[in-house]
Design a protein around this ligand. Structure first.
Ligand code: CUA
Length: 326
């Protein structure tokens, strides 16, 4: 089915680990739809002919469907729908939950371009080079309006929404140059907001990386910014800057539950950290004074990501409760 499909010029290439799963679901769903559409169309025509009125004064007799037939036409579609539901849900979860070994890349959408940054610091615009066989998680942001990152050959599409983080992951299975589209109408030049994802053999990718200026890694930029903004005067990070412990230790916070003042808990993911930097009063950690100033307007979208990546690099501890005051 796979090779047949890729021979059709209107069907996108299949070049990621989730592509075959999406295609199988698509073809199965299409087959079921076509089968029932034809069945119903044929039955309508056949029954129209068979039960047509034969004389002008003929009156139809009311007829009740037998019980077994009513049960059958309720249960069979239900069973088919449940299969589709479970199957579709499994594929959906595979597409939207990145594997644990996914490497994080960064993307910012804006009118009208895609900006990318590699974990090692290299930057690109409208083109993203990636290694084949490596799961890649792309952290998406928008500087202005809603955009949508869409690579048909990978069968993934995810909105980039201003004011919050979203992410998408993919693992390319063969080298090639694949179309990248913005799939959300975002203004006058939306249709020009296109680019490509270049999947390369890992060794070639390494060569490509070393061919350009590396710049600083996202985490290193975040660490420097953390110092510049003097975050460490309140937040101990365990890296030689004890601070005054007026705020939670950020080491091992990322990915864990944080207990808040009102007794509820929240997972310290990218969006929670983002909110805590821009609007510190929104969700204050239990046991700490709400004294942190806002950094709204003082950090750019890109700097926010650097800070969050740095905090993430401080360790994703496996202990469930980390923000307990020492
Ligand atoms: Cu960005 Cu359409």
């Amino acid at each position: 089915m796979q090779s047949m499909a890729s021979d059709l010029p209107l069907f996108p290439q299949s070049a990621s680990t989730v592509s075959p799963q999406v295609d199988a679901l698509f073809f199965a769903w299409s087959a079921v739809s076509i089968f029932f559409s034809l069945l119903i169309a044929v039955l309508i025509i056949y029954l129209m002919a068979k039960y047509r009125r034969r004389s002008p004064d003929e009156v139809g007799l009311p007829e009740r469907a037998p019980f077994w037939l009513e049960v059958a036409w309720s249960l069979i579609p239900l069973a088919i729908m449940l299969v589709m539901f479970v199957w579709g849900t499994r594929v959906f979860i595979n597409i939207y939950r990145p594997p644990a070994d996914a490497v994080q890349y960064y993307s910012i959408g804006r009118q009208w371009m895609w900006k990318f940054q590699h974990p090692t610091g290299q930057r690109e615009i409208n083109t993203l080079h990636i290694p084949v066989g490596q799961p890649i998680k792309l952290l998406l942001q928008s500087e202005d309006v809603i955009h949508s990152f869409y690579v048909p050959a990978f069968r993934v599409k995810q909105d980039a929404v201003p004011g919050r983080y979203t992410s998408v992951w993919f693992e390319a299975t063969k080298p090639g140059v694949y179309h990248l589209f913005c799939a959300e109408y975002c203004g006058g030049e939306h249709s020009k907001m296109i680019g490509s994802v270049v999947a390369m053999e890992p060794r070639q990718y390494e060569e490509w990386l070393s061919g350009g200026p590396a710049g600083r890694s996202v985490v290193a930029s975040g660490a420097e910014l953390f110092q510049q903004l003097a975050c460490q005067t309140c937040h101990r990070t365990g890296t030689g800057t004890p601070g005054l412990a007026r705020a939670p230790n950020l080491e091992g916070v990322f990915g864990n539950q944080v207990r808040l003042q009102d007794g509820s808990t929240v997972v310290a993911d990218e969006n929670y950290l983002r909110e805590s930097i821009l609007n510190p009063m929104a969700k204050v950690t239990a046991g700490w004074q709400p004294i942190m100033p806002t950094y709204q307007g003082q950090v750019t979208e890109e700097q926010l990501t650097q800070l969050i990546s740095y905090i993430r690099s401080l360790g994703e501890s496996s202990t469930p409760e980390v923000n307990v005051r020492p």
